[in-house]
Design a protein around this ligand. Structure first.
Ligand code: DX5
Ligand code: ZN
Length: 219
């Protein structure tokens, strides 16, 4: 079984010292930094904007993985790219022209991702396959950290794994929400290659980050 990429969601970090937290997870062996962007409109919570992403950029050389839960989304893509986002993922429901938005992200020089909510059908991927570098399966309804993993999403990961393999697509298959040491291996078995984790990485404070990440990797 391949070792998954671990992408700590800084939503679960101490917001009063975000820079330190990003440095701490970088030193603790994280692969990416997952940044949850929420607008209080597309999802019922407000978090981080492009200025914060920009301020965090000097604190880590790891890829910045910006998960945009905002609507409208198109008018903010350039700002997130300029702030230092490497991956930019968006929800099909967040804008009128998914294909156009994905093309635009690539044009900006970032890697585009599509995020599927628990009830979003996988078929939408069929029509944007050439335009994505990442598929993110939400294993909770977006908006908050610390929710419980929705088991039905394991089946969705399996379906997407088959879809990607059938056409030899090398997109990262990422899962986000309620991921912990107990269910991480199930996600990998289903075909996920990257895991977002907030609570499971940041629990116990900085001294625990390295061990928490190792555990999620199944090492
Ligand atoms: C939910 C976010 C997730 C979440 C993960 O909308 O996209 O990234 O913060 O946090 P945990 O791992 O605590 O569920
Ligand atoms: Zn997320």
């Amino acid at each position: 079984m391949t070792t998954p990429l671990i992408c700590p969601s800084i939503l679960a970090s101490d917001f009063s010292k975000l820079g330190e937290e990003v440095r701490a997870i970088t030193e603790a062996g994280a692969d990416w930094v997952h940044i949850d962007v929420m607008d209080g409109h597309f999802v019922p919570n407000i978090t981080i904007g492009p200025d914060v992403v920009k301020a965090l950029r000097p604190h880590s050389a790891l890829p910045f993985d910006c998960h945009l839960m905002i609507s409208p989304v198109d008018s903010f893509l350039e700002a997130f790219r300029n702030a230092g986002a490497d991956y930019i993922s968006l929800h099909p429901e967040a804008g009128p022209h998914l294909h156009r938005s994905l093309k635009y992200i690539r044009q900006l020089g970032a890697k585009p991702g599509v995020v599927l909510n628990p009830a979003t059908p996988v078929e939408i991927l069929d029509w944007v396959m050439d335009d994505i570098d990442l598929v993110l399966v939400m294993s909770v309804n977006p908006g908050f950290g610390g929710q419980s993993f929705i088991d039905s999403q394991l089946r969705k990961i399996e379906v997407i794994r088959k879809k990607l393999d059938a056409v030899g697509h090398h997109a990262i298959l990422q899962v986000d929400g309620g991921v912990n040491a107990q269910n991480a291996h199930k996600c990998v078995e289903a075909g996920a290659t990257a895991m977002v984790a907030g609570t499971a990485v940041f629990k116990g404070g900085p001294d625990a980050y390295a061990a928490n990440i190792k555990q999620l990797k199944g090492l």
